[in-house]
Design a protein. Structure first.
Lengths: 178, 781
């Protein structure tokens, strides 16, 4: 198993910050089960699928992997992958702090103007773990609903938390009454 | 005279003879001195025609006679009739017309009799109009066609005069209008096209003018009075001289101009409109308003809306009043439903009575208004007051009526009426299941502690609830009432058993009430360490119970027992009525002089909450049975307690109350939990059968399913509980365990609640979202 120390070394060699989002992409390629851990299978398997057999090649592939985040389809896969990867082993939901950290990271890549409000809202009103459904639906929400919420369908199947978020935005005047 | 001998009548000749007859007739009609036709005259005229028609050609003059018949009319009309009418105007013209028409009809009748033979064969053979028709057509084509416009105008002018209050000759108008009808010879076309249309138009214009004035000057009630009067008069007009077929059209026009056009302005008049009338209880005006507006299309919609708004506002004001009163209460009394809330419920009932009467009387029981009343009440009846939901308020209200020493002192009839009304109010409350729980808890208290004032009333309200909400709503409560009767029988057999087995007697008088778990509310059961004497009692009863049945389990709930203890104080022995918990604590002092808080807690095996409460009641309340060190007002875990031998009271027997724990939160929690289970079950049931379903549809089906009452789980097992009473060093305990049978009355389930449960089921892997359409769900087997 490669653990935290090993990963730090790897990042040094790659000249990449361990907090860099590209490490998430790497983990995705490796189908890593948990963050900050790579099993031998995951590591070797990931490298093979990326066609990497040397450190130089690895460094080259970094920019490729960064570009992958721009692809809509791949971003969605990476985003959804992040949930299982970031949560504690054996837990069904993702701890709020971790979730917020991940969201900050992910939505820095794919701009979403409401991300800060979302995080504030969660800390003020929710204070509990995030379910998988909420996690994945949030991406859809960010993708399809415009920041002024003009095309938000209150009768839709959005998770309860997202409905609450919309209410929060309207109540606090962040978004005009629809 | 035979046919062969009959002399041929020449046309000229024959007509000359006929002409005499016609002239005679005209004279009679003109009023000139002229003797009436004798039978012979008539016969001669008739026969002349007959002969002239039956002669052999070329002397059969049927066609010529037919034409001459018509020409006679034409001539007479042109020369005499028309000029006489033309030279007159207005009412005089109308009179002349009526006279001339009447005369004309007579003339037609007579002449057609003279010429009758033509009617028999000639007209049929040639398919020509009959004589009667010919005669009338002449009048129509010559007189009517020229004059009907003038006539119409004259009539309408008279009508308008009558409307302004003048007296007119109604009989004349009736006669004139009869002409319009009769001239149609069976069809109403002439009447409708040549008179009615214009009359209706004029009527509309007339009332439009009037209304535009009245609406500015008059208050709503005054306007309505005028409108009603106008409608009455127009109806009257029809019955006197217009044709009956005009009535609906006429009234419709008047209603349109007076009411439809100005409906909103009228209703919304600032100080006299619908709102104001409701506010000032103007029942008569409102009745009139209903009568008038019910006639125009959709006229009642705005009225019923204003009614609904008004009732809602009144109700909401009551809520606010109660809230304000409650917020002035002292903080520690906040959670208890107090007097203000009782008053609130009573006022709501009064409000309902008042406006139901309105619906029945002013609004003639119309469904639209029943609906408005219902919707209004649903709005404010679901607002709680001072932290208590309306369901709880109603339940407490019932409790006060039904219990002994309740705050409502009423006669039997008044109670029945009141209960009836309360049940009606329940229809408006959406959390009916919450009401059921609260009611059940309070019913349990009344039954177990013998606080019910009247058995009949208890049963009566259950019957009413059953009628309103169905059998499942009341089945548990009915079970509770029945249980008590059975329990008494059971106690009797227990006493028999004891007398038959004197060895078994525990030496303490013991009364047990055995109840069926499923019916009663859930009570928490703690493992109280009973004093030895009581333990024996429990065992004895258990043995007895084994003889009756082996298939049931007994669970004891000590928290509801009562005990009578004899306290041997220095001054005198006093009987103390206490709860089992308190008794257990007190009996500890039989073997120890002084005990600490922790010792008591350990020995009794109760929670901190319970220990604090019971020690407080024994040492810091009205009766100090125990001395506390230090002598503060509250219990703390470092306190020590001693039996207070110096205690004295002038009463021989005192009751030491133990204040009950607040049930409210628990009730609400229980109901919420039940609801969650029900929603989950419903969603799973639906998804299992549909496999894939869209979000909206799932929610809708769920709402539909939950709207009906249904059982969620079945009886898993039944428990019985027992209730004992002893006298003299006695104690009572009550034991009960609930059953998982839950009945739910979710009549207006919450969309949000359903959504939350769907998400929970996704997390628990019962459902998943469809990959391509997040609005669809799939069932995961």
């Amino acid at each position: 198993m490669i653990l935290v120390d090993g990963i730090t070394l790897l990042c040094n060699d790659l000249q990449v910050d361990p907090q860099d989002i590209v490490m998430l992409v790497v983990s995705w390629h490796m189908k890593a089960a948990t963050m900050c851990e790579f099993s031998k299978q995951e590591f070797i398997g990931g490298l093979q699928s990326l066609g990497i057999d040397s450190l130089d090649k690895f460094r080259e592939r970094i920019s490729f992997m960064r570009a992958e985040l721009k692809d809509e389809q791949k971003f969605r896969e990476i985003y959804n992958f992040a949930f299982a990867w970031a949560k504690e082993k054996g837990q069904k939901s993702l701890a709020l702090d971790t979730a917020i950290g991940m969201w900050q990271l992910l939505f820095a890549e794919k701009q979403w103007p409401l991300v800060d409000h979302w995080c504030q809202f969660l800390q003020a009103k929710h204070n509990k773990a995030i379910s998988r459904d909420t996690w994945s639906q949030l991406l859809e929400f960010a993708r399809t609903v415009d920041p002024a919420l003009s095309n938000y369908d209150a009768e839709g199947a959005w998770p309860y938390l997202i409905d609450e978020f919309v209410e929060y935005l309207t109540e606090n005047g962040i978004v005009q009454n629809r | 005279m035979t046919m062969n001998e009959r002399k041929t009548i020449d046309l000229e000749q024959g007509w000359e003879f006929m002409q005499k007859g016609i002239t005679k007739l005209k004279n009679i009609l003109e009023g000139l001195p002229e003797p009436q036709f004798s039978s012979e005259d008539y016969m001669m005229l008739y026969t002349t025609i007959y002969n002239m028609c039956t002669q052999k050609p070329p002397h059969d003059y049927s066609q010529q006679l037919y034409d001459k018949y018509r020409e006679s009319f034409e001539e007479y009309i042109s020369s005499t009739v028309l000029p006489s009418i033309r030279e007159k105007h207005d009412e005089f013209m109308l009179r002349e017309l009526v006279k001339r028409w009447s005369n004309h009809k007579v003339m037609v009748r007579w002449l057609s009799r003279f010429f009758h033979y033509l009617d028999r064969y000639f007209i049929a053979r040639r398919s020509l109009p009959p004589l009667n028709e010919v005669g009338l057509t002449c009048f129509r084509d010559l007189v009517y066609t020229e004059l009907n416009g003038k006539v119409r105008d004259a009539v309408i002018t008279l009508i308008d005069q009558e409307r302004e209050g003048e007296q007119i000759d109604r009989a004349l108008l009736k006669n004139v209008l009869d002409i319009f009808v009769e001239i149609g010879m069976g069809q109403m076309d002439y009447y409708e096209n040549d008179f009615e249309t214009a009359m209706l138009k004029d009527t509309a214009a007339y009332y439009s003018r009037k209304a535009s004035n009245w609406i500015l000057e008059d208050s709503c009630p005054d306007y309505m009075l005028k409108a009603e009067e106008c409608l009455k008069r127009e109806k009257d007009r029809v019955s006197h001289y217009l044709h009956s077929s005009s009535e609906p059209k006429l009234l419709e026009k008047v209603q349109h101009e007076l009411l439809s056009v100005y409906a909103n302005q009228l209703l919304e008049k600032e100080h006299s409109g619908c709102h104001a009338l409701l506010r000032d209880d103007k029942v008569e005006d409102l009745s009139r308003m209903f009568r008038l507006f019910s006639k125009i299309p959709r006229g009642l919609d705005p009225v019923s809306n204003i009614f609904k708004q008004h009732v809602t506002a009144e109700g909401t004001a009551l809520v606010k009043l109660a809230e304000d009163a409650a917020s002035n209460k002292k903080a520690e009394k906040r959670d208890v439903v107090g007097l203000q809330e009782q008053v609130f419920v009573r006022k709501v009932i009064e409000l309902h009575d008042k406006y139901l009467a309105y619906v029945n009387d002013c609004f003639q029981n119309h469904t639209l208004f029943h609906k408005s009343l219902k919707e209004a009440f649903e709005v404010f009846c679901n607002k709680g007051v001072a932290g208590s939901s309306s369901a709880e308020l109603l339940a407490t209200f019932c409790d006060n009526i039904l219990k002994k020493g309740g705050s409502e002192k009423l006669s039997d009839e008044a109670i029945e009426e009141m209960l009836e009304k309360v049940v009606k109010l329940l229809a408006y409350i959406s959390d009916k299941d919450l009401f059921a729980e609260f009611y059940r808890k309070k019913l349990a208290r009344r039954l177990l502690f013998d606080k019910s004032a009247n058995d009949d009333h208890e049963r009566s309200i259950l019957t009413k609830l059953k009628q309103q909400c169905g059998g499942q709503f009341t089945s548990k409560m009915e079970g509770m009432v029945t249980d008590l009767t059975l329990a008494r029988e059971n106690q009797t057999s227990f006493e028999e058993y004891l007398s038959n087995n004197p060895n078994a007697n525990p030496g303490i008088d013991l009364t047990v009430t055995v109840l069926t778990t499923g019916f009663w509310p859930s009570y928490k059961s703690f493992d109280l360490n009973l004093p030895a004497e009581m333990v024996k009692c429990v065992e004895v009863f258990r043995e007895f119970y084994q003889t009756k049945t082996k298939h049931r389990k007994l669970t004891w709930i000590y928290s509801l027992g009562t005990c009578n203890l004899l306290g041997k104080f220095e001054s005198r022995t006093t009987e103390l009525i206490v709860t089992t918990y308190q008794a257990s604590a007190l009996l500890l002092f039989n073997s120890s002089d002084r005990l600490s808080y922790s010792e008591i807690m350990t020995q009794l095996n109760l929670s901190d909450d319970d220990v604090v409460r019971l020690l407080h009641s024994l040492s810091c309340a009205k009766y100090k049975i125990l001395n506390k060190e230090p002598n503060t007002k509250t219990i703390s875990p470092t306190d020590h307690f001693e039996f207070n031998s110096k205690f004295t009271d002038k009463m021989r027997r005192i009751k030491i109350p133990l204040p009950p724990v607040d049930e409210k939160k628990k009730v609400i929690e229980d109901v919420d939990k039940d609801r969650r289970y029900a929603i989950d079950a419903s969603i799973v049931r639906i998804m299992k059968s549909r496999k894939v379903l869209g979000h909206q549809q799932l929610v809708l089906e769920c709402v539909e399913q939950l709207g009906r009452m249904f059982k969620v789980h079945n009886t898993l097992f039944s428990f019985l509980f027992f209730f004992f009473v002893f006298v003299c060093e006695s104690f009572v305990f009550l034991n009960l365990t609930t059953l998982a049978l839950n009945e739910m009355l979710i009549l207006q389930p919450d969309f949000k609640a359903i959504k939350k449960r769907i998400e929970d089921l996704i997390t628990r892997d019962y459902l998943e979202r469809d990959k391509s359409n997040p609005n669809m769900f799939r069932y995961l087997a």
